[in-house]
Design a protein around this ligand. Structure first.
Ligand code: DGY
Length: 321
């Protein structure tokens, strides 16, 4: 008999077919985000759970499902999974690193360019019929080329963002839990390791790509925003809780910083409606990894992990320590 698994959200049909060769698959046909209790009920009797960043996979889920052996997240970020509780419950937890680095870095640039060069703001204005003449000061803003880029979180995605900055003649500063090896700094456009305060004071554009955890909660709050240059931009590609959204809204409203580009939000898919009243923020719905090939690679990577875990092998991207 094939082991039973639950696929928590809609996924590529070819990946579901692949999973079905190994498992007795039940999947979320409605593609709605289940409540914690609904998810616990769906996982009853299942050996594996294929999850996404939208499902909180908690100690309560493990306690209610002692038969569960593996939870495989289709994301590099895994703050939705209580990995310590998984380890205690003997459940293998996995993520999908690497396959999304370059696509996510591309999107970091898209968001930075759109934010600094006011792409979406000016497009909304044009669509609303306001364009009557060319003006010397229409939608002017900071330059990207030749400026200083500050990257907070210099993992593989941060390094991929830094590599791209070479073509823009940028100076790169980074802040990270630890300093990179000299050869990695050299490949990352000679990025210079600095303290968070120096980075925030000096950078023209700040990109957040660090993992979310209790320690990184509100890495950027009012006091940090106050350090930034008034013409600076802030880009968040990581997780919503890394920025205090209320403090950011105040800083954008009071022009303490020029603009922000946000792909992630505290409590997403809900977000603070005050963002909608601000013209100096670019808002996207958590799509940094959303190229078709990369999303397919992520789904296959999660499937590889689940297949390995439930056939007694060590999954390639095991998170339990
Ligand atoms: C990740 O992989 O963590 C992304 O945020 C999901 O696209």
């Amino acid at each position: 008999m094939k082991p039973k698994i639950f696929v928590a959200r809609a996924v590529f049909p070819e990946v579901l077919e692949r999973l079905a060769q190994h498992f007795d698959v039940e999947s979320n046909q409605e593609d709605r985000i289940f409540t914690a209790d609904e998810l616990i009920a769906k996982v009853q009797g299942k050996a594996g759970l294929f999850s996404t960043p939208s499902e909180p996979v908690s100690a309560a889920l493990f306690a209610a499902n002692p038969q569960l052996k593996a939870v495989c997240n289709m994301a590099v970020g895994y703050n939705n999974i209580d990995v310590a509780a998984a380890t205690k419950a003997g459940v293998q937890a996995t993520n999908t690193p690497d396959v999304l680095n370059e696509t996510t870095a591309d999107f970091g640039w898209a968001l930075l360019m759109a934010t600094a060069r006011r792409v979406t703001e000016s497009e909304h204005w044009l669509r609303a019929g306001h364009w009557k003449k060319w003006s010397y000061d229409s939608f002017t803003g900071p330059d990207v080329h030749g400026s200083t880029l500050g990257i907070i979180g210099m993992g593989r995605i941060g390094q991929a963002i830094a590599r791209r900055s070479l073509g823009f003649d940028m100076n790169v500063l980074y802040h990270n839990r630890s300093q990179l090896a000299p050869e990695l700094e050299a490949r990352a456009n000679n990025a210079k390791y600095v303290g968070k305060e120096e980075l925030l004071r000096t950078a023209d554009h700040v990109i957040l790509v660090l993992p979310y955890s209790k320690e990184s909660h509100h890495t950027i709050k009012a006091a940090d925003l106050a350090l930034m240059k008034p013409q600076a931009t802030l880009i968040n590609l990581a997780r919503g809780g890394i920025v205090d959204d209320a403090a950011l809204i105040a800083a954008l409203r009071d022009k303490k910083i020029a603009a922000a580009g946000l792909d992630v939000f505290e409590n997403e898919p809900a977000f603070n409606p005050d963002f909608l009243g601000l013209s100096n923020v670019v808002l996207t719905p958590h799509i940094a990894s959303a190229s078709t090939p990369t999303r397919l690679a992520m789904a296959n990577c999660a499937a590889d992990n689940l297949i390995a875990a439930l056939s007694g092998k060590t999954p390639p991207n095991l998170l339990n320590r």
